[in-house]
Design a protein around this ligand. Structure first.
Ligand code: HEM
Length: 521
């Protein structure tokens, strides 16, 4: 009920007041849960899978979300066990509410939500009445394939019908429009969430980290980043205004960016970062067959913050219900939970709805959540290194090799892992790797069906080079070879690839005397 929500709001307030990075991170997490929805197959959606199913966090798309998810989990547990509550909300609800909390708190006049000002009272009321609860938690499998990436393949030019902007726009169209079911306007406004937060880790935590706009930095105000239309304003009134001619030129550059990488741009003096998918929203479509014109919507949002916020709220509401088939309910009012009547006596503003003792317990758990996340990040990193090493080290030698078939195999998961380990330049990490495999068995390896015998071998280096690669752009980064071939042995029925595992690998082609298996699995 609404009184219980006051407790939750206080707990979140306590956390974000100390950790401004959570504003961006919780918002990203909410999208990464809901954006798994595919309307064609009716899979994924706002189902809490990102919080409840640990392997989801190992997917490269969800990199670096451990800390904010652990914080949310600690808050959820403390809220549930609080003596004055008797709720049991889902992780799916927690994730979407966290984003709603962020957008309400950080838009318009920003004040800590434990003040008693009219603005804060209005915001608390909106938080208590404007959100519908009841999403079930469910997680059958991983659907990160439906989340947009920022480096779809392209011809390397920024402009042009097969250039970077067209491809990036195509990615938004395929994932956010065709699969998630958003309109062009809704996709454009939702990506406007990049108005807060940072490209925090993707290109390294050091000098390459930066917000999209200065107002969006964690400490842009004493109370955190500003959630407004500055992102679209920057696209239209800084990038396009200064840059239309360079963009279309044969050797384009995009002012104000001083550094350009294969799939993102950096404004060094101001420490701002933009992905290709952001720039795709700034300019008219270079290829209407690939994506519609997002720039008309960007221009409209750049023109009015009120218009941007109202469209964002509506699109966020739709996002939070993707894949949810049950009816959702607002919190009941008046307060109905009989076990927490004590609240009635101390609900004057300026005082917290949680006691000092509750706050101390929560602080302890949030501290643990951070340390736990750091450990998990290290674990994830170590796990990936071990996984790669396992995949590239002979398991056992099967003697004698029997198969003569030649497989050409592409393994997107593996490529993603390579990217994680340092090779983020798509030209270094595309295609596949040279490998020999002696035997296929069902369900035995992370390849779900292919058991390796020999090391993966790269054209100009090996795994150690890849692991040692100091930065994605270093010249010592190994160039990966073209498609790899796989020798098979034991041509028996046991070669069936596991059909339950979707999207983890693709058998592109089979050549040779005895083709055993082709198609996708
Ligand atoms: C084309 C679609 C999108 C792409 C390719 C994309 C990609 C990214 C990437 C690469 C990062 C940096 C992560 C890091 O380095 O830590 C990021 C951050 C972020 N994304 Fe997106 N994103 C997209 C759409 C969205 C949408 C629809 C939302 C929300 C509704 C969103 C919210 C955020 C936020 C708030 C951050 C900052 C996180 C932080 O401060 O740690 N993104 N996104």
């Amino acid at each position: 009920d609404e009184c219980e929500l006051d407790i939750l709001i206080d707990m979140m307030e306590m956390d974000v007041a100390l950790n401004h990075n959570l504003f961006g991170q919780w918002t990203r997490a909410a999208f990464h849960d809901a954006g798994t929805f595919n309307q064609i197959t009716n899979e994924g959606g706002a189902n809490g899978c990102l919080m409840n199913f640990p392997p989801m966090r190992l997917e490269p798309e969800n990199n670096f979300l451990n800390a904010p998810l652990n914080h949310l989990e600690a808050i959820k547990n403390n809220w549930h066990s609080h003596p004055d509550t008797c709720i049991d909300v889902s992780s799916a609800d927690m994730l979407q509410f966290a984003m709603f909390f962020v957008v309400v708190r950080q838009s318009n006049l920003i004040e800590p939500l434990n003040l008693g000002t009219p603005n804060v009272i209005a915001k608390r009321n909106l938080l208590k009445t404007g959100f519908a609860w009841g999403r079930p938690d469910e997680c059958d499998t991983m659907w990160v394939d439906n989340l947009p990436g920022f480096h779809p393949s392209n011809d390397g030019n920024i402009a042009g019908p097969t250039g970077r902007c067209a491809a990036a726009g195509g990615e938004i169209k395929t994932k956010m429009m065709d699969r998630n079911g958003f309109t062009a306007e809704e996709a454009t406004v939702l990506i406007g969430a990049h108005t807060i937060g940072l490209v925090r880790n993707t290109f390294g935590t050091g000098s390459f980290a930066g917000p999209w706009v200065t107002d969006g930095a964690d400490n842009a105000t004493p109370d955190g980043p500003v959630f407004n239309n500055k992102y679209h304003d920057f696209l239209i009134n800084t990038i396009v205004a200064n840059d239309a001619s360079q963009f279309a030129a044969a050797s384009p550059g995009i002012v104000p960016f001083t550094m350009q990488f294969p799939d993102w741009f950096r404004d060094v003096p101001n420490d701002l970062d933009h992905l290709d998918t952001d720039i795709a929203l700034a300019f008219p479509s270079e290829n209407l067959g690939m994506h519609p014109d997002f720039s008309v919507h960007s221009a409209a949002f750049a023109g009015s913050n009120a218009f941007f916020l109202s469209k964002f709220m509506a699109a966020m509401d739709k996002m939070g219900k993707l894949g949810v088939s049950v009816a959702l309910q607002p919190a009941s009012t008046p307060c109905s939970c009989s076990s927490r009547r004590r609240l009635q006596d101390r609900n004057d503003f300026g005082k917290s709805f949680i006691s000092l003792n509750d706050a101390l317990v929560l602080a302890r758990d949030l501290g643990n959540a951070t340390s736990w996340a750091l450990m998990q990040n290290l674990d994830t990193q170590q796990g990936r290194i071990e996984e790669i090493q396992k995949l590239t080290t002979p398991e056992r030698v099967i003697d004698p090799p029997q198969d003569t078939g030649l497989f050409v195999v592409t393994i997107p998961q593996y490529l993603a892992r390579s990217r994680y380990l340092g090779c983020r330049d798509s030209t270094l990490c595309t295609d596949s790797h040279q490998v020999s495999v002696s035997k296929i068995e069902k369900d035995r390896t992370p390849f779900h069906g292919i058991r390796m015998r020999h090391r993966l071998t790269y054209a100009n280096g090996d795994l150690d080079d890849l692991l040692a690669c100091p930065s994605p752009f270093a010249s010592s980064c190994p160039t990966l070879g073209p498609a790899f071939s796989v020798d098979l042995s034991s041509a028996t029925a046991a070669h069936t690839l596991n059909p339950a595992v979707r999207g983890l690998g693709v058998v592109d082609n089979v050549t040779g005397a005895t083709p055993l298996k082709t198609g996708s699995y």
